[in-house]
Design a protein around this ligand. Structure first.
Ligand code: MRU
Length: 349
């Protein structure tokens, strides 16, 4: 089903990968064409494409590009020669586990694909990763919206929408579904300094579908909860540990603490591909640090004095005990913990 103003961050067209350049939004809507795996790795590092599921889908198509390049150059040894590209790709960003998850899924196809004609199988798998993500988002949208009572006021952080996924979005999928069902009447989006995913991307994405949005400076959240009333904070995730701790955009943890203090519900929406059962707890998740220029500047203009040092961790960890609901395509876990996370995988067939 195609919805009005639907946004596509990733397209595969005429044997090329097209990425909507998210560094340019909302001023320009421009796709860049990606022809090699190395270009895809750079696009992920430079945030042309961002958001955990979108990074994973891009990586899946990037494996197709790598296979094509190496198969043409060396049809007998392409499986070996592809490896350096895949390792560089897997390391492009460290926190979102979907990247490694997608590369591993593609590696299985690399191993099993027919010697004479491997590319069709690889492309079919990449497309299926893409389509499964959209289907998961639709399912999570419905499950998450079911949790809302009527007339809800919600706050989201960063961008966990169509731009961050194969389409429809995780947290923003729930907000879309809730709005469509008439259960959400007010949507706040935190601007999400320093990269401004909320101000630039979430606001743009919602307005493409005429869904009204109120932007908040990140520092206004406590005041809004106390003085204007808020029912839910709804966010995505970059990685969920086996005990339910969640890594997500920096500022998510403070929103969870504030939500608990003010009696506001806290919902995390993430596909099963974001759950990393190899890590026992959030403290084991590698947090990405990015360039200090992101903090020293705003809108391309320097705002801080020479000599200022910068702390630019771009994700934080929200402990499971602050999370009221984890919504996945396999079901909803209330007050997530290790047993609740395990149960999600038991329904995975
Ligand atoms: O640095 P980003 O923009 O890639 O961070 C994105 C987030 O933190 C999202 O909330 C998360 O990846 C979930 S996207 C469905």
């Amino acid at each position: 089903m195609k919805t009005k103003g639907e946004v596509h961050a990733i397209k595969w067209s005429s044997d090329r990968l097209l990425l909507l350049d998210q560094r340019l939004l909302p001023e320009q809507k421009k796709y860049v064409s990606i022809d090699t795996c190395r270009d895809a790795t750079r696009a992920i590092q430079d945030m042309v494409v961002r958001g955990a599921p979108a990074i994973g889908i891009t990586a899946a198509y990037a494996v197709v590009l790598a296979a094509r390049e190496h198969f043409v150059a060396n049809p007998k040894q392409w499986r070996e020669s592809i490896e350096a590209d895949l390792q560089e790709l897997s390391a492009a960003r460290p926190t979102a586990v979907n990247l490694r998850w997608a590369v591993e899924r593609m590696r299985n196809i690399v191993a099993a694909a027919p010697d004479l004609d491997p590319l069709d199988n690889l492309l079919a798998e990449a497309k299926s990763i893409h389509e499964q993500d959209i289907a998961a988002n639709r399912r999570m949208g419905a499950l998450g919206a079911d949790l809302l009572n009527g007339n809800a006021t919600v706050l989201t952080h960063c961008n966990a929408g169509a731009l961050a996924t194969g389409g429809y979005g995780t947290a923003l999928g729930v907000i879309r579904a809730g709005f469509e069902a008439g259960k959400i009447i007010n949507i706040y989006a935190g601007e999400t300094r320093p990269w401004l995913q909320g101000a630039r991307l979430t606001a743009w994405e919602l307005l493409q579908e005429d869904i009204p949005v109120m932007l908040l400076p990140d520092s206004a959240a406590a005041h809004v909860m106390r003085s204007r009333g808020l029912d839910w904070v709804i966010v995505g995730a970059d990685r969920v540990a086996a005990n339910g701790d969640v890594a997500n955009k920096i500022g998510t943890y403070s929103l969870a603490v504030l939500a608990r203090e003010h009696g506001v519900g806290f919902m995390v929406v993430a596909p099963m591909s974001t759950i990393d059962r190899d890590l026992d707890q959030g403290a084991d998740i590698e947090i990405e640090y990015r360039n200090k220029e992101e903090v020293l500047t705003c809108g391309g203009k320097r705002v801080a004095p020479e000599g200022a040092r910068v702390f630019n961790a771009v994700f934080d960890i929200t402990p499971a005990e602050l999370i009221d609901y984890l919504v996945t395509e396999n079901g909803v876990v209330a007050r997530p913990d290790a047993a609740g996370i395990r149960a999600l995988f038991d329904t995975d067939t």
